[in-house]
Design a protein around this ligand. Structure first.
Ligand code: UT7
Length: 326
């Protein structure tokens, strides 16, 4: 038999800041309404980090919970990979702040920046490092404090995002080399920099020396998102000879309920196969998929052995899909 090293998921956990901000509360600050936000996005509320609560605080708490659930110790971890576009500081990597907060002093730690596709990129990267033997136990975290880069006077963007973090603990495991294996089975990562200006932050260390604010051409992003998500989802399934009907759960990036519905329709998925948390979390960028996985486990919708597809798109544009067996 063809033995093969796989990156298997040991546990998932999420962390959301305590403060909930409703659409009505936002309507007191900008010219918007609960009805508009719900109808156009499906969002009801989002969490916002407390003053002084950093991306690494959210990330470390999600990571701590994942380790606890897996019954593992920080000394087991030899890779901390944080997908974020809202790092604590320009450098060092937020992943090293997470290491410090969890008491991890060994292995590698770095951040990965692929905006809303960050978690899918990070998971595929951790999978590659595990399969190549460079890591054996990886804490892969998506963590964001987008509230810090929003223009709170711009109603077209400030209503869409929220803060949070989610973590997956993965470990190397020899398996049979078939699609019945548990862990990451296939991945597809894509980007097209011609769309750089459709979704970006108008500041940065090298350009303005400031942090900047998020700017987005929402309609253009929407238009590309549906085709890109459905396309990469199909490609990753076809790569292992499967199709959407085989999926137990589809966990797309949570940006907009209309995008999720349109992608699900293109893939011919049933509502029961699709995970939705955008109503409660809004768009938490790189944190949205691991937070949705955590919710799926809590809801009893995700159990060991299930076939799960993750798909995300964000600024760049960067997008991709990861297929795994839970
Ligand atoms: O994570 C990946 C990145 N993000 C996304 O995937 C987001 C992708 N895009 C979207 O989700 C949608 O395009 C939005 C939710 C951003 C906007 O929805 P839309 O249906 O594309 O609306 P629109 O941009 O075409 O705007 C429709 C109207 C405009 O007014 P006019 O020009 O028709 O008079 C906007 O000014 O809605 C107005 N509008 C608002 N009204 C009330 C925009 N934002 C708001 C608001 N409240 N918050």
């Amino acid at each position: 038999m063809n033995r093969r090293l796989r990156a298997r998921v040991l546990a998932v956990a999420g962390y959301l800041p305590a403060r909930t901000v409703t659409n009505d509360e936002l309507a007191e600050r900008v010219d918007t309404s609960d009805a508009w936000i719900r109808e156009r996005t499906g969002i009801r509320e989002r969490r916002i980090a407390a003053p002084g609560e950093l991306t690494s605080d959210l990330a470390a708490e999600a990571g701590r919970r994942a380790l606890e659930r897996a019954g593992r110790h920080p000394s087991d971890v030899d890779l901390v990979l944080v997908a974020t576009s809202t790092p604590d500081n320009t450098f060092p990597a937020t992943a090293t702040a997470v290491q410090r907060k969890l008491g991890i002093g060994q292995g590698a730690a770095f951040d990965l920046q692929a905006v809303c596709a960050g978690f899918v990129y990070a998971l595929a990267t951790a999978d590659s490092l595990i399969r190549s033997g460079l890591a054996r136990c990886a804490l892969v975290i998506g963590a964001e404090t987008f509230s810090r880069i929003l223009d709170w006077r711009d109603r077209s963007t400030c209503v869409l995002f929220g803060d949070g973090a989610g973590a997956l603990l993965l470990a190397a495991e020899e398996q049979t080399g078939t699609i019945l294996d548990r862990g990451v089975l296939a991945a597809r990562l894509l980007a097209d920099g011609r769309h750089y200006e459709e979704l970006y932050v108008d500041g940065g260390p090298s350009s303005t020396g400031t942090v900047g604010h998020l700017r987005m051409n929402g309609r253009e992003v929407f238009r590309h998102a549906v085709g890109a998500l459905a396309g990469s989802a199909r490609e990753v399934l076809e790569a292992v000879g499967l199709s959407p009907v085989d999926l137990d759960l589809f966990v797309p990036h949570q940006a907009n309920l209309r995008i999720i519905d349109a992608v699900a329709k293109r893939l011919g998925l049933d509502e029961r196969q699709v995970m939705v948390t955008v109503d409660r979390h809004a768009n938490t960028s790189a944190a949205s998929i691991p937070l949705a996985l955590d919710q799926a486990v809590a809801d009893g919708r995700l159990e060991p052995g299930m076939l799960v597809l993750l798909s995300a798109i964000g600024g760049g544009f960067a997008w991709g899909s990861v297929l795994l067996r839970w």
